[in-house]
Design a protein around this ligand. Structure first.
Ligand SMILES: C[S@@+](CC[C@H](N)C(=O)[O-])C[C@H]1O[C@@H](n2cnc3c(N)ncnc32)[C@H](O)[C@@H]1O
Length: 376
């Protein structure tokens, strides 16, 4: 059995942590939350996150030298999280990108004002060529290149060397097309040529030069309950953060990254299996309870479940009550050992931010439960 003490993020050299920031994702929790759980449970051997988002838990497990499994219903989250488990060199990533671009450029690019203004024509052709080739590829190098591209797809325009391929945009979420076009026109911002390979090269080197040794594991695309029911492995540490009640626009807010992964070239407004799509709080609590029950069935006796949860200010809910009710609802043997305030999340990581109400974010809570009863 592995016994590890996992230091907090401040103890790691900054370049070892860079891969964790390969691409922003709404509502990611800080690396220190899973690192603290790993330190508190040093006998853990395999870690699970059934709502893995961009894979922060998976990266913490990698730092601790442990394999980890993540599940998410959003293809963007899965593509980012996969990179957290992969070991490749920056030169392999750059070689693949060059090979794809040298292999023949695609001519068919998405049409319309948004696309004309978002990317310079040649940059868009490179992007489409990379997108279409990567859609057919499943190797670890392709998965890493895909995650690197998701991270440079859109963001602010630099004065010096470009870091992003797009015209001016936020990096955390993709602006809606009509709004973006209006902004670019108003500020007279024509897109400039950004050679994709140069940005890929700089970014891959920065992210991967000091990446820690990968320790194995896997990321699954799908609903957590359905996926957990099909798994064979057993876990002894679960660290996760479900969407807040009412938070279901993960795909629409990441529509440009969704397009890169094969989605439509316009905003998809569906909620696509999101757990927070339930019509009322009772249904949401029950759905969460089903996740904790399915998790228990895949855990060893004595396993720990650490959950961070909060609330959208607009939802007027009590996150602590909701979360405790969901654990009770699971009737799966989880016994709550600790409940405490996690504080107000930093502005950039709040689930509330996308509603433009980040200033009024509600405190998050952490609960830790132990699997004591027999899972059903
Ligand atoms: C709060 S985020 C997790 C963020 C993560 N802790 C991180 O650091 O990136 C919640 C995630 O749950 C996912 N999700 C929502 N419903 C789901 C379901 N039914 N099955 C699996 N994942 C789901 C969302 O797509 C979202 O990525």
């Amino acid at each position: 059995m592995t016994v590890t003490a996992t230091p907090p993020s401040s103890s790691w050299p900054e370049d070892v942590l860079r891969l964790n920031a390969v691409c922003p994702y709404y509502t990611m929790f800080p690396l220190d939350f899973p690192l603290r759980q790993l330190t508190a449970h040093p006998k853990a051997t395999r870690v699970l996150d059934p709502f893995c988002g961009r894979g922060t838990t998976l990266y913490a497990a990698r730092l601790a030298g442990l394999p980890a499994v993540g599940i998410d219903i959003n293809p963007v989250a899965v593509a980012i999280a996969q990179a957290k488990l992969i070991q490749v060199t920056p030169s392999a990533v750059v070689r693949l990108a060059r090979q794809i671009l040298d292999g023949g450029m695609r001519d068919t690019v998405p049409e319309g004002e948004f696309w004309q203004w978002c990317y310079e024509r040649e940059t868009l052709r490179e992007l489409v060529t990379l997108r279409e080739t990567l859609l057919e590829m499943t190797t670890p190098t392709a998965a890493m290149l895909r995650a690197v591209l998701l991270g440079i797809l859109h963001g602010p325009r630099n004065k010096n060397l470009p870091s992003y391929l797009s015209n001016q945009m936020p990096r955390t979420y993709a602006s809606k097309p009509a709004y973006a076009v209006k902004f670019w026109k108003k500020h007279d911002m024509e897109p400039v040529r950004v050679p994709a390979l140069e940005v890929i090269e700089r970014r891959a080197k920065r992210l991967l030069d000091a990446a820690p040794l990968a320790r194995g594991g896997r990321v699954y695309l799908g609903d957590s309950v359905e996926t957990l029911n099909g798994l064979q492995q057993r876990f002894d540490l679960v660290v996760t953060s479900p969407p807040y009640y009412g938070m279901r626009t993960y795909v629409a807010d990441q529509w440009l990254r969704s397009w890169f992964l094969g989605g439509p070239s316009d905003v998809p407004y569906g909620t696509q299996g999101q757990i927070a799509r339930q019509p009322n709080q009772e249904a949401f609590i029950q759905a969460l309870g089903e996740v904790w029950a399915a998790t228990a069935r895949r855990c060893r006796q004595g396993a720990r479940l650490a959950i961070r949860f909060g609330a959208l200010p607009s939802a007027r809910t009590n996150p602590e009550q909701m979360l405790l009710a969901s654990v009770k609802e699971s009737k799966a043997g989880w016994v709550v050992k600790d409940v405490h305030q996690a504080g107000t999340p930093p502005k950039r990581t709040r689930q509330a931010q996308q509603f433009g109400k980040a200033g009024s974010a509600v405190d998050e809570i952490d609960i830790v439960a132990e699997l004591i009863g027999l899972p059903r």
